[in-house]
Write a new protein. Structure first.
Lengths: 545, 269
């Protein structure tokens, strides 16, 4: 609504002549340049302001073509834009060009032009208003600079993001043994890495951009839902899987129809504000599960065979124990009657009979020794308390006593049996019977494994380490490997087998066991073909003061 | 999108008339021919179109590589001619399209019978023994002028300034105006045009050619018009009384008469 003029105020009156003068001044001195041209651009009128800007007199401007005022670039713009538009649409608005002043300097201006037609419609003149655009152009340039700078920064940022994205993509794809499937919030697959391709048998290009449902198998997904106790709705299932947190085993059928077991975990992908997708990560554990199952089966078989062996061992021990006890009495009877026969208590024997009885008794003694070995082992090997009868015994005396038995064994052989004992007592707190077995077994072994012409030496000594019994021979010896094994029950060295030396493989293990329960140590020094020296060290008995 | 739709092709005149294909120059669009083309529509099949990036063309198909050379524009002309299956074509090109027409005629001589070059220039920049009218710096100045021009950049800048690129505040009015052009494409078209040098192509133009040269053309000096007419084997130079660069707008009657004279003289209807 136009503002109202109060009724009682008469309109201001200025003489016509003053108004005309004012109009002329306004045209000439307005803060704008004005000019008029012919339709094809020749200047026919110009105001004082524009002349001042140009640094030219009006008489110098009149008759010029508009393009004469412009830069070369401006002239082209005039011909390609200004002139066609004035001619076609009758006006132009704010054409930006530079005009060239008389001194060669430039003035950025905006041109507004209107085509004036004669009453019959023929183009007559073009009115042009020229605005000084120096400041505006400066602002515009500043804006363009700012825009270009921002765009450059944005481009740099975008390049950085693209580069980071490419790096992450390559890392993800490089993980060929890890399945990585990403979806957006609507569970449309956005990334399907090389590992996923290899494990599931789908090509990424066939999967990306499609719903993720079904990739892991509808049946299996429903089974997982049931397992997690959620209804079969994909949003609920994925929420439950994310909430579950830990990896779960999935039985997945690959594109080629192969059954695989995958250990998969599900997580949410979030930006600062909201959920933007889901990530499924995992590995194919089919091979590992197969290996584990095979290992468990092997272990089970191992345990079963160990149990069988333990049972067999127990039965063997029982048999040995029983037989040994059962053999003792008849052997004692054979020995008793044999001695009666040998002593002539049952009548004089012919030399032939006497020799036979002697052989019988010798073999009965061996049999008896074997039985004693077995019984010792049985006692020591069993978990029960060993019924040792400990008392101080003189090791030296014991060795001297054993010499006779050993001499009897060595008699048929061409062997030197040497016994070296100190004059003083060598007291050891021991079970006499057990200690005697130690001496006899070691001596017996030495004699057995020493060929004719060799020697066997039994030495007793007292050292700071304890009472020492050494049984050394010049026999066949044994390899380093055998040396470590002969301590075991029933083990016989390969040389013993090769030379068909009789024996059970029990003697040394009995010795070892006895020495151990007496708190002693046993050491074997031997080389193949270089003889053997067995050294037993037992704690010396110290009588209480 | 079809070739014709891509170029906003418009057809008029008798379907069986001899084809006259009008091509606009740098700056505006096919409306540059609004005062000239209709004069031929009674006898000729008149076809006007927009170069890609101008007027009603599909700017999304603009390919900076292809259009870095006038041959790219000439290829479009040949494509239009083939798509419409035109023969015996009279090609009328204004300004840079005179040269685009020359290249199209060389490319597919079988389809064209006449070439009309309105205000042509085979090279705008001065060279040894050649006056194009401009120095290299002048062209840079034009590009600067384009960049800073309201028509050029304000239509896209204004929304950026007010911080809302989705609302083309000033764009609506301007795009409804003539000579609308994507500022980036305008700049590229200007570069391709004003840095072109097709002097060596002129001797290969094998059809009768009319060169229309204005008086006092700020873009194509009269010496250039003579050069073109002298270099094309079978060319006629007509010096118009019209001034400026666009006689098709400023002096349509004189332009029409010159073209008709040329076509008649060469045995046209």
């Amino acid at each position: 609504m136009p503002p109202e003029r109060p009724d009682d105020t008469p309109p201001a009156v200025v003489p016509e002549k003053v108004l005309e003068e004012e109009l002329a001044l306004l045209y000439d001195e307005a803060p704008f340049g004005y000019l008029s041209t012919t339709p094809d651009g020749y200047i026919v009128r110009v105001n004082a302001t524009l002349c001042t800007w140009l640094g030219l007199g009006a008489d110098e401007v009149l008759g010029l073509h508009l393009t004469d005022l412009l830069t070369a670039g401006g002239r082209i713009y005039h011909e390609t834009h200004y002139a066609p538009m004035v001619q076609m649409q009758g006006f132009v608005r704010e054409i930006a060009v530079d005009i060239v002043r008389a001194d060669g300097s430039r003035l950025p201006v905006l041109l507004n032009a209107t085509l004036v037609r004669s009453p019959d419609g023929e183009p007559r003149l073009v009115r042009v208003a020229v605005f000084d655009a120096t400041q505006r152009r400066a602002y515009e340039r500043e804006l363009v600079r700012t825009r270009d700078k921002q765009q450059a920064e944005l481009r740099a940022q975008a390049a950085q993001v693209a580069s980071a994205t490419a790096t992450v993509s390559q890392i993800i794809d490089a993980a060929t043994s890890t399945l990585l499937v990403a979806t957006d919030a609507d569970m449309i697959v956005t990334h399907f890495n090389r590992g996923a391709e290899l494990m599931l048998g789908h090509a990424a290009q066939d999967v990306v951009g499609r719903p993720s449902a079904g990739i892991l198998g509808v049946g299996e997904t429903l089974r997982q839902a049931e397992d997690l106790g959620v209804s079969p709705d994909s949003a609920l299932i994925v929420a439950a899987l994310v909430h579950h947190g830990r990896p779960r085993d999935w039985h997945v059928t690959t594109a080629s129809g192969e059954s695989r077991t995958m250990s998969l975990s599900f997580t949410e992908i979030r930006d600062e504000h909201r959920l933007i997708g889901y990530l499924c990560a995992g590995e194919d554990i089919s091979v590992r599960l197969g290996l584990e199952a095979a290992q468990a089966a092997a272990l089970q078989r191992e345990l079963q065979s160990v149990a069988r062996l333990q049972e067999a061992d127990r039965m063997k021990d029982e048999v040995v124990s029983t037989i040994s006890h059962e053999l003792r009495t008849p052997i004692a009877s054979i020995q008793g009657y044999g001695e009666l026969l040998a002593d002539g208590d049952l009548g004089e024997l012919t030399p032939g009979q006497s020799g036979a009885v002697e052989k019988m008794l010798r073999n009965a003694a061996r049999l008896s020794a074997l039985v004693e070995d077995l019984l010792h082992l049985d006692r020591i090997g069993s978990a029960e308390e060993v019924p040792l009868h400990l008392a101080p015994h003189d090791l030296a005396a014991l060795v001297v006593e054993a010499r006779d038995s050993l001499a009897q064994l060595a008699r048929s052989r061409d062997l030197t049996l040497d016994v070296q004992v100190p004059e003083e007592h060598v007291l050891v707190l021991s079970d006499a019977q057990a200690l005697e077995r130690v001496v006899l077994n070691l001596g017996d072994n030495a004699i057995k494994f020493t060929p004719d012409g060799g020697s066997v030496t039994l030495t007793v000594a007292t050292t700071p380490a304890g009472c020492v019994l050494t049984v050394a021979d010049t026999g066949i010896g044994m390899s380093e490997e055998d040396r470590d094994r002969v301590r075991g029950r029933f083990y016989r060295s390969s040389e013993a087998y090769r030379l068909a030396v009789p024996g059970t493989g029990l003697g040394l293990s009995v010795v070892e066991a006895i020495v151990a329960v007496h708190g002693g140590t046993l050491d074997i020094a031997s080389t193949l073909g270089g003889g053997t020296a067995v050294t037993v060290v037992l704690p010396a008995y110290v009588p209480e003061a | 999108m079809s070739v014709t739709a891509r170029h906003g092709v418009s057809l008029s005149g008798p379907v069986d008339g001899q084809p006259m294909l009008f091509a606009h120059g740098f700056g505006c669009d096919q409306s540059m021919w609004r005062y000239v083309a209709p004069a031929f529509a009674d006898r000729y099949r008149v076809i006007t179109f927009d170069h890609i990036g101008s007027g009603g063309s599909d700017s999304s198909t603009y390919d900076p590589d292809k259009y870095s050379d006038l041959a790219g524009y000439a290829a479009d002309v040949v494509e239009i001619v083939r798509d419409l299956d035109l023969h015996d074509v009279v090609f009328v090109g204004h300004s840079v399209s005179s040269m685009i027409g020359a290249l199209a005629v060389i490319e597919d001589p079988e389809r064209f019978s006449r070439l009309v070059m309105v205000s042509p220039s085979p090279r705008y920049i001065d060279d040894v023994d050649y006056t194009g009218g401009f120095a290299r710096e002048d062209i840079d100045e034009l590009l600067e002028s384009l960049s800073s021009n309201f028509l050029g950049w304000s239509a896209t800048m204004a929304p950026v300034i007010v911080g809302n690129p989705d609302r083309p505040a000033l764009g609506d009015e301007l795009t409804a105006s003539f000579c609308r052009m994507d500022p980036d494409i305008a700049r590229r078209f200007a570069t391709t045009t004003f840095l072109s040098d097709n002097r060596e192509d002129l001797p290969q133009v094998g059809v009768p050619t009319l060169v229309l040269q204005c008086t006092r053309d700020a873009i194509a000096p009269t010496t250039v018009g003579r050069y073109v007419a002298d270099t094309i084997p079978d060319a006629t130079l007509v010096q118009l009384d019209a001034t400026g660069h666009c006689p098709n707008l400023s002096a349509p009657e004189e332009t029409i008469a010159a073209i008709e004279g040329f076509l008649r003289q060469r045995g046209a209807p």
